[in-house]
Write a protein that binds this ligand. Structure first.
Ligand code: BEZ
Length: 213
């Protein structure tokens, strides 16, 4: 069954390039980006894993840990990691799950048989510290993902968890945000958003991002 937004992320034990782990235990109190890629020793996947490794400082700032997965065995992962490090000029600083029995891929519905019945598609799950799934994305094998976009979603989730706002199209950290339509009381709005707000329509009110100077 598909794993959807709001579900508790299913737990599993798996072999990874960083040893065997219990997913929930490994996740601890961090946000998690769990992502699958179709195969080892393939070009797009090589660039994706390099891109994720290079974003570690950005993940650390946001209390995020990344973990990748493919259905190839650990021996393949270990050999391929050397190629990733050489060609992408990085250290693979996050675990890669080896899922040859397709246990985790099946649990998270990462194999879409009408696309390919053997390999995982490019799935992404953002999971919060309470182990709730907060974002799901699915990309085809031919298209490498934009991991800046995934960071952008994490920024939005972390902001909107703490303030009564939502983020507009193409929003980036630091830009104006939208006051949630359910907030009606003017005194409360003035208290929560002391920098002021603009009413474009009664349901569309914008304010400077509340957690920025
Ligand atoms: C790739 O990562 O390059 C790739 C993997 C599977 C199908 C197509 C491309």
């Amino acid at each position: 069954m598909a794993v959807r937004i709001g579900d508790t992320a299913p737990n599993f034990r798996a072999d990874t390039t960083a040893g065997t782990l219990d997913f929930h235990e490994w996740a601890g109190n961090s946000w998690i980006i769990l992502f699958s890629h179709p195969r080892d020793y393939t070009p797009v996947c090589t660039t994706e894993l390099g891109a994720v490794a290079k974003l570690k400082p950005e993940f650390d700032k946001r209390n995020v840990k990344a973990i990748g997965l493919s259905v190839d065995p650990l021996n393949d992962h270990n050999g391929w990691v050397k190629d990733i490090e050489e060609t992408q000029n990085c250290q693979l600083n996050f675990p890669l799950i080896a899922d040859p029995m397709r246990r985790v891929s099946t649990l998270y519905d990462m194999i879409h048989p009408n696309a390919n019945d053997s390999f995982t598609v490019r799935s992404v799950f953002v999971i919060d510290p309470a182990k709730k799934v907060r974002l799901t994305l699915t990309y085809p094998a031919s298209t490498g993902r934009n991991f800046q976009e995934i960071l952008r979603v994490v920024d939005s989730l972390q902001l909107t968890d703490n303030h009564k706002v939502a983020t507009p199209a193409d929003w980036k950290d630091g830009q104006d945000v939208i006051i949630v339509p359910s907030l009606k009381d003017e005194a409360e709005i003035n208290r929560l958003f002391p920098k002021g707000y603009t009413t474009i329509r009664p349901y569309l009110r914008v304010t400077p991002q509340p957690n920025k100077k």
